[in-house]
Design a protein around this ligand. Structure first.
Ligand code: ADP
Ligand code: MG
Length: 605
């Protein structure tokens, strides 16, 4: 039930529909109870058991009074028209009731449709929003495939299990309660006997339900792993083939698939247990009632007339289905609860990079970026240590050093992709933790080694994140980025779809696209992380031209592999194991004859 509470939060906005459903259900149940009870007078007319009530009885809320009223009117009909006609009236009465019941049934379902779909839509939106909010650090812990699995499989699972059950959980207890009250009015003795039987079967069903939930959760986790494998394979197909590792990954996949298969076997086996078990329990109860009720009818101070007993059984038999459906619904909720748990892992994940309540606006960059004793660790080991650095407006500052020395990490700290562990970073004297995150990130543009592009048109990739950008601006940005010419050569120009992550373009073209995007954003600060490192010499030249133009009149932090590209930087920092070990202009560092000189000499030859 704790799990139900979690879904309740999502149901709240749909309370109107839920109330409507509740009301429609009540009427529906009343109609079916009345139509069932009509069996009793029907049988009575057939067997003419009792003297017809001739005095109009006073109305009260008791079974006896109720049956007296029906008997009275029926008596009137029999007297004036005859027995056959009375049967006809009873039959028409039943038909009308059942018709009403079914019309209400449809509308009670009708109002639940927007709830069922809406809750899933809301959850999907919440997860997506959360993905956008969560910091990078979260995603280095989670597998991509698992997140996708949560947004697809687990949501489907919730829809199929819990959302179909919500209605059952409203309707069936109601039905059961109304029927039980009816039964109680008909025969208190027999009903108490029934009430003892119900909890016993309930406990039995609950045990299996819990066990099912555990297995089901395991299955969903395993599905997440499987999807991760598929996702990894799709993006790593090139390497898999190059290393002829097909058999290796296939074996690995088969193993995981087999594990999933075995768990699912258990899930279905436990699931299928629900139906036969509840059927058997139901029959067990009916037989018990037949026996006990029968002996009441035969008993001395016969507290139950035979036709009332038949009516009783008719009403009771109608409890079995809702009780079954209720226990199935509980099963399903247990099964779906596993998926809710999995989804909540994302939804409840703490966003460690948050904006302060009194965060200040910052719409422009005026003076400088300052690193003061900045240290950072992803986990335990410090990757960036005690950095002191000032980047003045208009300057180009270069970071060089071995791979793994912490350059990318250092620049990721400025837009707060990760929050620093010690020290502070100031922009124009304000700690970045006190600046509105959107404002902070709007101040800078990124061009990375691996350009990140989306499966969309050229135009939308350049304009990414903004709407209604006039064509001239996009073309202008593309021209600055040396991209205009090759874009025009593609089949549909700016409307060409560039494929998944831009696979239809060459590396250099992709990089120029991402530069055009940065140009259009036009931020005062540019961060270039090895933007030309993965390019061949020829496309490097085109990209470097574009970068030079991009950096004009801007403050730039450039991570460079090839030292030739940063010769003219105002300040070059050499990083080693997270620290800045040398700082100065190209000429100064050459004169210093230290690490930079060594790197430089290596690259010259
Ligand atoms: P560089 O850009 O200079 O090549 P990085 O900043 O990418 O170096 O990496 C510095 C160190 O931080 C490396 O030792 C790397 O293993 C580690 N590192 C990078 N990213 C992560 C991460 N997301 N989680 C944990 N460690 C990381
Ligand atoms: Mg790097």
């Amino acid at each position: 039930m704790k799990k139900l509470k979690k879904i309740l939060k999502y149901l709240v906005p749909y309370y109107v529909n839920l109330i409507l459903n509740f009301v429609l259900n009540i009427f529906q149940i009343l109609f079916s109870v009345f139509s069932l009870l009509m069996i009793i007078p029907f049988l009575r007319v057939l067997f003419s058991q009792e003297a017809i009530v001739t005095v109009k009885p006073v109305f009260s809320f008791s079974g006896k009074a109720f049956s007296n009223i029906i008997n009275y009117y029926l008596g009137q009909i029999i007297e004036t028209y005859g027995k056959k006609e009375a049967l006809l009236v009873v039959s028409i009465f039943v038909v009308v009731m059942i018709l009403m019941k079914n019309i209400l049934f449809y509308f009670s379902k009708y109002v639940m449709v927007p709830v069922r779909n809406g809750v899933i839509r809301d959850m999907r939106n919440s997860i997506y929003k959360k993905i956008l909010e969560l910091p990078f650090s979260y995603f280095s812990e989670e597998r991509k495939g698992d997140i996708i699995s949560k947004m697809t499989n687990d949501l489907k699972e919730i829809e199929w299990t819990i959302m179909t059950s919500v209605e059952m959980l409203i309707r069936n207890p109601l039905t059961i309660i109304v029927y039980l009250i009816t039964l109680f009015v008909m025969s208190p003795q027999l009903t108490i006997f029934v009430l003892i039987l119900i909890p016993v079967s309930g406990a039995l069903i609950g045990t299996i339900g819990r066990s099912l939930k555990k297995t089901s959760r395991r299955a969903q986790d395993q599905m997440g792993t499987l999807l991760s494998k598929i996702e990894e394979t799709l993006s790593g197909l090139r390497i898999i083939k190059a290393f002829t590792a097909e058999n290796f990954v296939f074996k690995n996949f088969v193993n995981h698939n087999e594990t999933y298969n075995n768990t699912m076997n258990k899930v279905y086996r436990k699931n299928y247990l629900a139906s036969p078990m509840s059927e058997f329990l139901g029959i067990l109860m009916i037989t018990g009632i037949m026996y006990y009720g029968g002996s009441l009818v035969l008993g001395n101070q016969s507290s139950l007339s035979p036709e009332a007993f038949i009516g009783y059984i008719a009403v009771f038999s109608q409890i079995i289905n809702p009780a079954k459906a209720f226990s199935t619904a509980l099963y399903n909720v247990q099964k779906g609860a596993a998926s809710i748990d999995r989804i909540n892992i994302i939804l409840d994940a703490e966003n460690t990079i948050t904006e302060k309540e009194n965060a200040v606006e910052m719409k422009s960059f005026e003076k400088e970026i300052t690193f003061k004793n900045v240290s950072f660790a992803y986990e335990n080991a410090f990757v960036v240590k005690n950095i002191n650095l000032t980047v003045k407006k208009g300057q180009t500052v270069a970071l060089v050093g071995q791979s793994g020395s912490g350059k990318s990490t250092l620049v990721d700290l400025i837009p707060r992709f990760y929050d620093i562990t010690q020290g502070e970073i100031l922009i124009d004297g304000k700690n970045i933790k006190n600046i509105k995150i959107d404002d902070l990130r709007s101040l800078m543009g990124n061009v990375n080694q691996e350009p990140i592009l989306f499966n969309d048109t050229t135009r939308n990739n350049i304009a990414f994140g903004s709407e209604n950008i006039p064509d001239e601006k996009i073309i202008e940005a593309a021209k600055i980025a040396n991209a205009h010419d090759f874009i025009l050569q593609t089949e549909a120009g700016y409307d060409t779809n560039i494929g998944d992550s831009g696979t239809k373009l060459s590396g250099g073209q992709r990089q120029r696209m991402s530069i055009a995007r940065a140009v259009l954003k036009n931020p005062p600060i540019m961060i270039l992380d090895e933007a030309t490192s993965s390019l061949d010499t020829e496309s490097e030249k085109a990209v470097q031209d574009a970068l030079d133009r991009l950096m004009q009149n801007r403050t730039s932090i450039v991570i460079a592999h090839r030292l030739s590209t940063i010769r003219n930087a105002d300040l070059i920092c050499v990083m080693h194991k997270g620290e800045i070990i040398e700082k100065g202009t190209h000429n100064e560092l050459i004169k210093l004859n230290g690490s930079y000189k060594k790197l430089y000499d290596l690259q010259i030859f």
